[in-house]
Ligand binder design. Structure first.
Ligand SMILES: [Zn+2]
Length: 345
């Protein structure tokens, strides 16, 4: 790798810098082409006639309209190799984006509800993680997410099914429809997860109010907030997040697709960084929201002219610091990052 010259365009730097992705739902990386291929392989009937018809249906008006189609897409995943193929396709794209580390969310209930055993899901994903490390040099971890529109009892059942595979995942999260499903609904199951030594994260403050972020902190005792962009509505909460150095995994293109912000130029990511928050950039559900990680960086930096090389460096560094890996790995990635930026800062 060469170091940056003053003339290197920002886009090239954004593409080239090493980075970690901490908010990617692996089921949300399922591209229409792969959905059709798996549907054919497994003999699953889809209600869309073609790849184009499916892609055309990706015009969401809010989180719920997205989730409806997301669950329909996941219905083609039945066998271990389907989960492998899905995660492998993501890792190939991640390598192209210079992602050196990824923490993947997966939603077991989306599959166990359809009669697919937990074991099938986790073995396929784990195998892809192993191969990504061997062949692409990408390190990765799995984080099990509970679907918050289902009950806490259901989450407890899922945790029980997962326990024999405890060594294959490092933490738990909370995703799906936020409004009407506050973190407090899952207080007891997260307490159990903490006792098991699992890392804790939760989606909060995407569509839901800043009070959901406070609940995630106080009741679930999260180590990262997924999204969290609505924290700005409560200045004392922003101060607390800064003071506690609580990372936010922000997803710019997702936020526009799901109408959290009308346009990318309205996005508050630059303001979050300005206020000292440990924000990161992530792709969320890239097959559905218009782009993988580098696309998020490039479109965001184009839309927000106050973002430059210094902020690019900070965002990449934040992604390493906020990851759940040992200090030595974080330090090694920071060295790579320093090398790429060279005298640009
Ligand atoms: Zn998400």
């Amino acid at each position: 790798m060469t170091t940056l010259t003053h003339h290197e365009p920002l886009n090239a730097l954004l593409r080239r810098m090493p980075k970690a992705e901490l908010h990617i739902h692996i089921e949300g990386s399922l591209e229409p082409e792969l959905i059709f291929r798996l549907a054919q392989r497994n003999g699953v009937a889809l209600k869309y006639e073609s790849v184009e018809a499916l892609r055309a249906a990706y015009a969401f008006k809010d989180l719920q309209s997205f989730l409806d189609i997301y669950y329909a897409g996941a219905s083609v995943l039945l066998k271990e190799e389907d989960f492998f193929d899905m995660a492998w396709a993501y890792f190939e794209r991640a390598a192209a984006d210079n992602i050196v580390h990824a923490e993947l969310f997966f939603d077991p209930q989306t599959h166990t509800e359809r009669g697919v055993p937990f074991e099938t899901v986790i073995r396929g994903l784990h195998h892809a993680c192993q191969r990504a490390h061997q062949e692409l040099g990408i390190s990765s971890r799995l984080i099990l997410c509970f679907l918050r529109h289902l009950s806490e009892e259901d989450a407890f059942r899922t945790l029980e099914q997962a326990l024999p595979w405890r060594q294959y995942f490092i933490g738990v999260g909370l995703d799906s429809s936020e409004r009407g499903h506050p973190p407090s609904k899952f207080e007891r199951v997260f307490a159990r997860c903490r006792d098991l030594g699992l890392h804790i994260v939760a989606h909060a403050g995407e569509e839901g109010p800043p009070e959901y972020i406070e609940e995630a902190l106080d009741l679930l005792k999260v180590e990262r907030i997924d999204h969290g962009v609505r924290c700005v509505e409560k200045p004392e909460l922003v101060q607390r997040l800064v003071r506690e150095r609580m990372p936010l995994t922000v997803c710019p293109l997702s936020n526009v697709k799901l109408r959290v912000f009308d346009r990318l130029s309205d996005h508050n990511l630059a303001a979050l960084l300005e206020q000292g928050l440990v924000a990161t950039v992530n792709s969320d559900d890239p097959a559905y929201f218009g782009g993988y990680l580098n696309q998020n960086f490039i479109e965001l930096f184009e839309a927000l002219p106050q973002l430059g090389a210094r902020e690019a460096y900070q965002l990449a560094l934040n992604s390493f610091e906020a990851s759940f890996v040992e200090r030595a790995a974080k330090d090694a990635w920071k060295q790579q990052l320093d090398h790429v930026f060279g005298a640009a800062l």
